[in-house]
Ligand binder design. Structure first.
Ligand code: GDP
Length: 494
């Protein structure tokens, strides 16, 4: 869908229409012929490259699950802002370090494991994801992979149900077959806390809490004091037991990168959440366009260990390049990886070429529109006998990197005709600032912001100064807006 530049659901819909419903799951590997047929459906010209028909793919699901070893659940804590997610995670993270161990210093790596007390029984743990903003979570969801087994919905007892609480409930409902829900009513230490009010409100939202004989467990906690956290751990563990999570500990590996960064000492490092197999030092791995050989494996408490097991995460060093959060991690022999990398790079180049080609088509379209615009202008100018001066739409252009600023300037500067046209008065990299607003104001122009934010304070100044800011991360959207504004400058035909 990325190559065709259509949304995944549209692609799947089209595939169903042409009788390929069974092949339309996100992880189905299409043959070259089928892929070509689909490309034709979208009016594209497919070119089959047999040479490139090689890559490393995630291992297929196993047939007999029952015989596999169980794995820890992967848990994401979600909820409305300020309801205490970070505090809860911090308290849980410090519980992940056994007393007296390594000075108890924990590091944020995107995930950590908490032991489940189980006297006499096998050693069990729970893996908590704490990826900020759930960026990797969304990236993985976007490609149809769900890595979360259980969502803990945090609701502050002194605040109740808020917009993001409802969003989480919607998300969990959509995924109800794959994701378990535990409600944690938080901040019960606070004087204004009203647990039963929150529970009733949740019931009204359709959450069948255990309190009311439903099947959604609810725990009363305080992330601040630690009250109720052992019960929370126990409850998550029980839900996981019901889910009966299992995974192969041998054979091919399959995981996802949660976070990555360049470490001063270790070079590129990435937190890998493993879903299948065992990750050990010396393993050759590939992740998107990055690859490497596992050197060190470290936990969030800074300990090195010898193997990452399914359902757990570890900081992995040994990458030749920095892998991207949300990308799939797979293993292969060195020659397989070499071939797959060459193939993936070629594919990435191809995608870039396609995008360029689309940009060219788009600029041709713009040119045609321009000609029409000019023809209109010609008409106007004949009627006006060229009395008036050329009108200018003055622009201040801001963008995220210098390359895009250039691209935006190039794309919009040609818009217009001899009666009215766009003129760039200033350009720069970075978010829209107060001085940009002032510059635009002085020039009686507008601001184009490509892929950059405008701080709220600057927006306020702009609106008080009557300066229009057009924001987009799509060049054509900006071009369209500029065109509209240029057309408005044209003298009206009477
Ligand atoms: P997040 O936005 O959901 O991550 O919320 P935070 O963890 O940042 O918490 C927001 C505020 O609530 C902070 O000032 C915390 O100190 C406070 N807070 C979080 N948990 C508790 C709790 O259990 N009890 C009390 N009294 N305050 C809490």
């Amino acid at each position: 869908s990325r190559l065709l530049n259509v949304r995944l659901d549209r692609l799947q819909h089209k595939m169903s229409q042409v009788g390929m419903k069974e092949q339309s799951s996100y992880d189905h590997m299409l043959t070259a012929e089928y892929a070509s047929l689909i490309a034709l459906e979208f009016n594209r010209n497919p070119v089959v490259n047999d040479e490139a028909a090689f890559d490393i793919y995630p291992p297929p699901p196993t047939v007999s699950r029952e015989s596999l070893p169980s794995r820890p659940p992967v848990v994401t804590i979600m909820g409305h802002v300020d309801h205490g997610k970070t505090t809860l995670l911090d308290t849980l993270r410090s519980a992940s370090v056994a007393k007296g161990e390594a000075g108890g210093i924990t590091q944020h790596i995107g995930a950590f494991s908490v032991p489940v007390p189980n006297p006499g029984g096998e050693k069990r743990t729970i893996t908590f994801l704490d990826t900020p903003g759930h960026a990797a979570f969304s990236a993985m969801r976007a490609r149809g992979a769900s890595v979360t087994d259980i969502v803990v919905l945090v609701v502050a007892a002194d605040d109740g149900i808020m917009p993001q609480t409802r969003e989480v409930l919607k998300l969990v409902n959509r995924e109800s077959n794959n994701v378990g829900l535990v409600v944690a009513i938080n901040k019960i230490d606070k004087p204004g806390a009203d647990v039963s009010k929150v529970e009733t409100a949740l019931l009204a939202e359709g959450v069948q809490l255990e309190t009311f004989d439903g099947d959604v467990p609810v725990v009363h906690v305080s992330g601040l004091t630690g009250q109720g956290l052992p019960t929370l751990i126990e409850t998550i563990s029980l839900v996981a037991e019901m889910q009966d999570l299992r995974a192969e500990q041998t054979g091919p590996i399959h995981g996802y990168v949660l976070e990555s960064k360049v470490d001063k000492g270790l070079g590129p490092v990435a937190t890998v959440l493993l879903l299948r197999g065992q990750l050990t030092p010396g393993t050759s791995i590939i992740c998107g366009l990055a690859h490497g050989k596992v050197r060190l494996l470290k936990s969030s408490s800074g300990q090195s260990f010898k193997a990452v097991m399914p359902g757990t995460a570890a900081l992995v060093s040994g990458w030749k390049e920095l892998p991207k959060a949300g990308d799939e991690v797979l293993l292969g022999t060195e020659s397989e990886i070499k071939k797959a990398l060459a193939n993936r790079r070629r594919k990435a180049d191809l995608e870039a070429t396609i995008q360029d080609a689309e940009a060219i088509n788009e600029s041709r379209r713009a040119e045609r529109e321009l000609q029409q615009l000019e023809a209109q202008g010609e008409l106007v100018s004949q009627q006006m006998n060229g009395e008036d001066e050329k009108k200018e739409l003055r622009l201040v252009v801001k963008g995220d990197v210098s390359g895009t600023v250039e691209a935006v300037c190039g794309a919009v500067s040609g818009i217009g005709n001899h009666l009215a046209g766009a003129k760039i008065v200033a350009q720069g990299v970075g978010e829209v600032s107060e001085s940009d607003v002032m510059r635009a104001k002085a020039a009686e122009g507008i601001i184009l912001a490509f892929s950059v934010n405008t701080p709220r304070s600057v927006k306020a100044i702009a609106s008080s100064q009557g300066v229009k800011i057009i924001e987009s991360n799509v060049i054509y959207a900006l071009m369209d807006e500029v065109k509209k504004n240029v057309i408005e400058l044209l003298p009206t035909v009477t």
